[in-house]
Ligand binder design. Structure first.
Ligand code: PLP
Length: 452
């Protein structure tokens, strides 16, 4: 930090403060974690100075031999970790991984056959009429993904997102009674809509998904099954999700972030069957800027860590902790979407206690509990104010908290929610009964203090 402080002390101070704040907080944000020192250190090095557009052994720049080494290692570890035929560790984030995947699916399913039909090898050689036809065909494709309020991600076809503009999109939701994916309804919808891409995966769905059923539906309608496992990649790596719950043997293309339950550096990755590999390999420079060699080095380190036996134990503890948290909240009368969890996250509906997600998030933060607000299915408050709070256990599990502590955290949360009252009909303002925030904050500090 001193080296940084000599140049810009305010940045050094902010970095130090971030370490302090993350250490002191009870981090329940489902998409966050604590990467290991080895992973963090692998990110700060001279690869940052190197350009390496292309793929290992086939770069548009000279002297890429060391980037080749770390990229190959990251891909090798990823293939072994997930049992994938092919891995592309270049995407800079989860959204980038999804864009690479969307583009690769379009290239493989629409562009390549069109070029073959026109008898040319690349789009540059197409005549104007064929080029216009190809552009029309690319823009005419359909995507079916989980809706945002049911737990899907923005990139799964949410209209304001680029995915909702690249494709004619439709969304599937969850059963209003159970909150669960209704595979029969999805099959019917897919048969009517006939998507090119069926997207599975989620940011806020607290249950497991039957990817074998998803693949059956995709096959029935001729769709490519793409699974975005950004949130639960750690549970796949740690073999908590196996068989029909493991997306890799079932999907054509799997995308992920590397920094959530997988506990690597911030970044993304695409896994796929061999058939899609040539199109995905063209992700950089057709979709992505030059790969970040330093981050790929850190991905290789994190994947090597995830291949160790203790990672499976970590993944199982994430789920045990999530259940303990859910059970504790349920005991206190907090309403949970789907009535519980069987993954790393819990989605609480706080509308029953007269709060918006935004009020609950702020009241919990004031009490030392870091969560984030999230829409619930059919949310009347929309994606900004929301009616829900999303909680996740990957980060606290990394710190070593167990089921007893998570049960207590559930009680502390319930204490805060019970003590919080909305001011009038404001969706933002609230009050907390005297002393509650202070008491909970002090106890939260003791809990994290015992797991530094
Ligand atoms: N996909 C899913 C399912 C996510 O939950 C997220 C992030 O929250 C992303 C993609 C995007 O990841 P990133 O923020 O790394 O672009």
């Amino acid at each position: 930090l001193q080296v940084i402080a000599d140049v810009e002390p305010a940045v050094a101070a902010a970095i130090g403060q971030e370490l302090h704040d993350q250490r002191e907080s009870l981090k329940l944000i489902a998409s966050e974690n604590y990467a290991s020192p080895a992973t963090l250190l692998a990110m700060g090095n001279w690869f940052s100075d190197k350009y390496a557009e292309g793929t290992p052994g086939r770069r548009f720049y000279a002297a890429c031999q060391n980037v080749d080494t770390v990229e190959r290692l990251a891909a090798e570890h990823a293939r072994a970790l997930f049992g994938a035929e092919y891995a592309y560790p270049q995407p800079h984030s989860g959204i980038d991984a999804n864009l690479v995947a969307f583009w690769a699916i379009l290239a493989h399913r629409v562009e390549t056959p069109a070029l073959a039909e026109a008898g040319v090898k690349n789009v540059d050689a197409l005549g104007e009429a064929d080029w216009a036809n190809l552009r029309r065909a690319l823009g005419d494709q359909r995507m079916l993904g989980m809706s945002l309020d049911a737990g899907g991600h923005l990139t799964h076809g949410f209209r304001p997102n680029i995915s909702g503009k690249m494709f004619h999109q439709a969304s599937y939701g969850t059963d209003p009674e159970t909150g669960l994916i209704d595979y029969a309804a999805l099959r019917k919808q897919a048969n009517e809509f006939k998507p090119l891409i069926l997207v599975a995966g989620y940011s806020a769905y607290p249950r497991r998904v039957d990817f074998a059923a998803m693949r059956e539906i995709a096959d029935e309608v001729g769709a490519t099954l793409m699974v975005d496992m950004a949130h639960f990649a750690g549970l796949v790596a740690g073999k908590v999700f196996t068989g029909d719950e493991d997306p890799v043997p079932h999907a054509h293309v799997v995308t992920t972030t590397t920094h959530k339950s997988l506990r690597g550096p911030r970044g993304g990755m695409v896994l796929a069957t061999e058939e899609y590999a040539p199109s995905i390999d063209r992700g950089c420079p057709l979709v992505l800027g030059g790969p970040l060699g330093n981050v790929m080095a850190a991905k290789a380190v994190a994947f090597a860590e995830a291949r160790r036996p203790d990672f499976a134990d970590y993944a199982q503890r994430i789920v045990d902790n999530s259940r303990a948290l859910a059970e504790s909240l349920l005991r206190r009368g907090v309403v949970l979407v789907t009535g519980g969890t069987d993954n790393h996250l819990v989605l609480a509906d706080v509308s029953g206690v007269g709060l918006t997600g935004r009020q609950a998030e702020a009241a919990l933060l004031e009490s030392g509990l870091v969560t984030n607000r999230n829409a619930v299915p059919g949310d009347p408050n929309g994606p900004w104010y929301t009616s829900g709070i999303r909680l996740g256990t990957p980060a606290l599990t990394t710190r070593g908290l167990g089921t007893a502590e998570l049960a207590e955290v559930g009680d502390l949360m319930a204490d805060v929610l019970e003590a919080t009252t909305a001011v009038g009909d404001s969706k933002v303002k609230f009050t907390i009964a005297d002393g509650v925030a202070e008491r909970v904050r002090a106890r939260a500090a003791e809990i994290v203090g015992a797991h530094p």
